[in-house]
Design a protein around this ligand. Structure first.
Ligand code: SAM
Ligand code: SF4
Length: 431
């Protein structure tokens, strides 16, 4: 556990804006007007009025206001409002070459502060999971379309200085990107990145676990959908379970990598048979197993509401054998975590379909080609690569980001009439 996590558990450090003085004094009128008009916008949202039919000026007013606040905050750098907590790794350079100017926290138009960024480092993958990619794969991005390590680092540095302190690297399969541990080390060196994690299918972990731990990755989520070789093959279309388990074992040999989370997508008609083997794994190893409800982000477009095996249903299957006790939910957490009342181990449920957690969602995503997405199910995205490559200053990028985040969706509409599945699959978004 890094120093920040330890402090947070003790309540010494709180994520977000707690240590930031209000900077709205003197702008109360503008804020009030904005609030009033934003409430109307939210009401329109509830009524399903498309945003393009509404007052676009509102979005600019909001973005301008936060940009002014951002600039004011920048001028106050050094007044001790928010120093870098640092990440306390002895193997990192203590100073970063990138500036560490704390900016105003990044907030959306619904008042949620954004603290979590998922970065897709590649759209490519060595698996073809049925719930994610089509069997034939997808048309991959060209090399020059993908953000370079330097471009990713610049954007993460900027976002982390706006309070986006938790960064998860994902894909596609992040470990297939050549030189990935070098990128991890570049990001781990950023002073405002407090937790750096990776989601991987584990296939290359046997090769890369040590390099990634040494680079400064704090947390690993490894996706494993079945503990039976043939069923694993059936779902991922790759006969790779033994390789993945060897990778997990290698990772587990590094105490710094613990606790390791194992994610399994829960699909009706498939996962029921996996529940008890996963429970046994969670009870006899240090891995925390989490079931994720199947979401409509699959390449085959086979998702249906009936295909979702809900967290509540899986919990009932577990409870029938081992009593569970809820652990407290951390703010913004995606998982509801339970401990076994009759032994060691924990199990979690990520229920975006049956129990959406949009109300305190603090996440944004950056795709491999540099598009900012404010929701997994966004139908709009914001191109950051073009301005980045056209020579935009940090202030200009900040303004574009704030405008985009201001429009973050109130909620996803999965399961509601009129829901539209995004064109991108989970692999092309960065889950
Ligand atoms: N390739 C890596 C992996 O599989 O862990 C990282 C990328 S993958 C897109 C990130 C996570 O999204 C994985 O845990 C995967 O199981 C999950 N995922 C993919 N498609 C999903 C879907 N349609 N519904 C729910 N979870 C999904
Ligand atoms: Fe690849 Fe991960 Fe998607 Fe499976 S879930 S196809 S491993 S990106």
């Amino acid at each position: 556990m890094n120093r920040y996590s330890a402090d947070r558990q003790r309540g010494v450090v709180k994520r977000g804006e707690e240590d930031v003085k209000p900077t709205l004094a003197g702008q109360a009128g503008a804020a009030e007007a904005l609030h009033q008009r934003w409430s109307e916008h939210v009401a329109a949202d509830r009524l399903g009025v498309p945003v393009r039919d509404r007052d676009r000026e509102l979005l600019h007013l909001g973005a301008d206001l936060v940009a002014v606040r951002g600039a004011a905050a920048g001028q106050q750098e050094g007044d001790g409002r928010r120093g870098s907590a640092g990440r306390g790794r002895s193997f990192h350079r203590p100073e970063s070459s990138l500036s560490n100017m704390a900016l105003d926290p990044l907030r959306d138009g619904h008042g949620r502060s954004i603290g979590d960024l998922r970065v897709s480092v590649t759209d490519r993958c060595n698996f073809r999971c049925q719930y994610c990619m089509p069997a034939e794969g997808l048309r991959w991005l060209e090399r020059e379309q993908i953000l370079t390590f330097e471009e990713i680092t610049r954007l993460v540095a900027l976002l982390s200085s706006m309070g986006v302190h938790d960064v998860r690297l994902t894909g596609g399969e992040p470990l297939v990107r050549r030189g990935f541990p070098r990128l991890a080390a570049m990001l781990a060196d950023l002073p405002d990145v407090r937790e750096l994690s990776v989601t991987t299918n584990g296939f290359l972990l046997e090769r890369d676990a040590e390099a990634l731990v040494r680079a400064g990755i704090d947390r690993f989520n490894v996706s494993v959908d079945s503990l039976q070789r043939d069923r694993f093959y059936q779902l991922t279309r790759r006969d790779a379970l033994p390789q993945v388990l060897r990778g997990l074992e290698r990772l587990a040999s590094f105490p710094e990598a613990h606790p390791i989370k194992i994610n399994a997508v829960a699909i009706r008609g498939f996962t029921e048979e996996e529940v008890l083997p996963f429970v046994q794994l969670a009870r006899r190893t240090p891995y925390e197993v989490r079931f994720i409800e199947f979401m409509p982000l699959d390449g085959d477009r086979a998702w249906s509401e009936e295909s979702v095996l809900t967290g509540a249903e899986i919990r009932a299957l577990v409870q029938a054998v081992h009593p569970l006790e809820p652990c407290g939910r951390e703010p913004h957490a995606t998982a509801r975590v339970y401990r076994f009342a009759d032994g060691p181990g924990k199990i979690g449920f990520i229920n975006p379909v049956s129990e959406p957690f949009c109300a305190d969602c603090n996440r944004i995503r950056l795709t491999a080609e540099g598009r900012l997405r404010t929701c997994l199910f966004s139908l709009h995205e914001t191109d950051l690569r073009s301005p980045l490559r056209a020579g935009a200053s940090d202030a200009e990028l900040e303004r574009i980001i704030r405008q985009a985040v201001w429009r973050k969706e109130l909620k996803h509409h999965v399961g509601e009439p009129g829901f539209i599945q995004p064109a991108r699959t989970m692999s092309a978004i960065g889950g």
